[in-house]
Design a protein around this ligand. Structure first.
Ligand SMILES: [Fe+2]
Ligand SMILES: [Fe+2]
Length: 351
């Protein structure tokens, strides 16, 4: 079935595990209970990076956002952008968590990779909680936000592409013992990590940061900053998994498979641009609709290059400040920031 091995009742078959026996998939030589010896140090590095960046949404104040949301000072288009952001992400986060728990976890037969997946599942739960917290804080209708993936055609179209590949792995006949099965697993990883987390998320992050850059919805902006920081680790982990799977199983990386990736990226960038234009209308402060075309295509090329495929679109980045928000601010420590704020506000007494 491609799942991990169970412990043998024969003591001779329970010899000590050697690092060279560990493999990303179909690892029949070892079971998955031993982290050491480490075969893939990058997986643990991503795990420690995620832990070092720990944060909690309910510690972030939504007071200014609530005031602004109720003040009538936001434009109608800005309100659409915020609701669409909440509508897409509130369910995308749980789709990703479910894909890990129900689909890929059992087929990635390596202990350190699973250690990271456990961390990522928790972060996706934190992200889902973030959207619940924002919806509650602003007093939005939960039914409207949490059903948007069913009721908005473009969100439904984006999610259907993912759900299809989760279902393929949940099918009881699925196995990674065959080349076809390995390619379906690879498609799932590319669809989720490279396209959903790596492409679909970034345009919406950019819209929220554009608002925050203009002092609009700072609480949502700060929450999104922490989510974006987590997502950049998810993306980098996914790229390492994809490249390792291809390196260990080069027969999966056929011309047909590479064409599938290019076609999937092309279809997705087109879908994302349609979604962005539909969401932005005439534009919001700091973001004109035409900039999205350049940004989506710029990001798509960067993602293709990370798995060894050629750039397709050759656009300039219209939002150079995005990499500053996501990369440089990784240095910001959530708990140090919180403690300082608590102390200055004198709201807590320590006994
Ligand atoms: Fe997430
Ligand atoms: Fe994620």
């Amino acid at each position: 079935m491609g799942r991990s091995k169970t412990l043998s009742s024969n003591s001779k078959e329970r010899a000590r595990i050697k690092v060279e026996d560990k493999r990303l998939i179909n690892c029949a030589a070892v079971d998955v209970n031993q982290l050491m010896p480490i075969k893939y140090p990058w997986a643990l590095e991503h795990y420690f990076c995620g832990c070092a960046n720990h944060w909690s949404p309910r510690e972030i104040s939504m007071a200014k956002d609530i005031e602004l949301w109720n003040s009538g000072e936001l434009t109608a288009q800005e309100r659409v952008v915020i609701k669409r952001y909440l509508g897409f992400f509130s369910t995308a986060e749980s789709l990703i968590g479910n894909n890990i728990a129900m689909a890929i976890f059992q087929y990635l037969t390596n202990a350190e990779v699973r250690q990271y997946l456990l961390r990522q599942m928790f972060e996706e739960a934190l992200h889902t909680e973030s959207f619940l917290y924002i919806v509650e804080s602003l007093g939005l209708e939960p039914g409207e936000i949490f059903n948007m993936y069913r009721e908005n055609d473009l969100i439904a179209e984006k999610d259907a592409l993912q759900i299809e590949l989760t279902e393929a792995l949940i099918n009881k006949d699925f196995t990674t013992e065959t080349l076809e099965g390995q390619q379906i697993l690879l498609k799932n990883l590319i669809r989720y990590y490279l396209i959903t987390e790596g492409l679909f998320f970034y345009v919406e992050f950019a819209m929220i940061f554009a608002l925050r850059n203009n002092n609009k919805m700072p609480g949502i902006g700060e929450i999104t900053e922490y989510i974006a920081r987590d997502e950049s680790i998810h993306l980098n982990f996914g790229i390492d998994v994809i490249n390792t799977l291809i390196a260990e199983n080069p027969e999966v990386w056929t011309e047909e498979m590479q064409k599938w990736v290019l076609d999937a990226m092309d279809e997705s960038q087109d879908l994302e641009i349609r979604f962005a234009l539909d969401t932005l209308g005439d534009g919001i402060v700091g973001m004109r609709p035409d900039m999205c075309d350049d940004y989506v295509k710029f990001i798509a090329d960067r993602r293709l290059e990370r798995i060894g495929l050629p750039a397709q679109y050759y656009r300039q980045n219209p939002f150079p400040w995005m990499s500053e928000v996501i990369d440089i601010r990784k240095e910001k420590n959530f708990f140090e920031t919180r403690v300082t704020e608590y102390q200055s506000a004198s709201r807590l007494t320590w006994s």
